[in-house]
Design a protein around this ligand. Structure first.
Ligand SMILES: *Cc1c(COP(=O)(O)O)cnc(C)c1O
Length: 233
């Protein structure tokens, strides 16, 4: 990986986000860029941070904990988001190290995070990962079961965890119209939950290949890895 390209890559991703926001009639600042640094070294995160990037996403708990440790000097000025699968035996270090977890797909995980979030820290922000295409092989709660899970998670102690919204990883699709369909479905699901009285403000959707479709459908946070840091080995 060439560190020098991170700056121009970040600029290009922000240009894409701004263009999609403009065509959706949205303000550019209504969409947060989460830089997905999985498999890239701590020094790549440090380089992006030096260029002004503040939100970082990681998939693998141990790799993330090592990086968070290596970048402890920057901790007060960046946010760490766990976007990969979380097993219940790994919740304790996650509750103590992260600012967000996007991949909550069952109540037990959220309960453990709430129990284990240190009292001295601000609440851990949570998103429910939704299996928006409803495929048996994929992780995430099914759309039809999302309201019940959201209600249960929202009822956990507010000082420890805060349910912020929904996350999805749709199947890759070739055309903009095909890319938009699952993102639209996730947005409609969020609107349904809000109509049921849950106050959710986050739609975590869109990656390097489909961020325009996600922004057009209302993403508030896009998770972009390879378009910033390069292809993963
Ligand atoms: C790896 C990953 C991303 C980023 O994917 P790119 O295609 O590299 O942008 C986003 N979200 C999740 C959940 C991921 O695992």
């Amino acid at each position: 990986m060439i560190m020098g390209s991170i700056g121009s890559n970040l600029q290009e991703v922000k240009r894409r986000m701004a263009a999609a926001s403009a065509s959706a009639g949205r303000e550019a600042k209504s969409v947060t860029l989460l830089a997905v640094s999985k498999t890239f070294p701590a020094e790549a995160v440090r380089a992006a941070h030096a260029l002004g990037q503040r939100e970082f996403g990681e998939n693998y708990v141990q790799e993330a904990l090592d990086k968070i440790d290596a970048l402890a000097d920057l901790r007060a000025s960046l946010e760490w988001h766990l976007i990969g699968p979380l097993q219940s035996n790994k919740t304790r270090p996650v509750a103590a190290a992260f600012d967000w977890v996007h991949s909550v797909d069952r109540l037990k995980i959220a309960e453990r995070l709430a129990e284990q979030r240190p009292a001295a820290m601000p609440p851990l922000n949570l998103c429910l990962q939704v299996n928006i295409s409803g495929e048996a092989s994929k992780s995430g709660v099914l759309p039809a079961e999302t309201l019940a899970l959201a209600r249960a998670v929202a009822a956990l102690p507010a000082a420890r965890v805060r349910l912020r919204g929904l996350m999805a990883i749709p199947e890759p699709a070739a055309t903009l119209a095909e890319q938009r369909a699952p993102h639209r479905a996730l947005r409609e699901l969020l609107q349904q939950l809000n109509a049921e009285g849950l106050a959710l403000d986050t739609l975590s959707m869109g990656m390097s290949a489909d961020l325009e479709a996600a922004v057009l459908e209302g993403a508030t946070l896009v998770r972009v890895g390879s378009a910033i840091f390069g292809q993963r080995g």
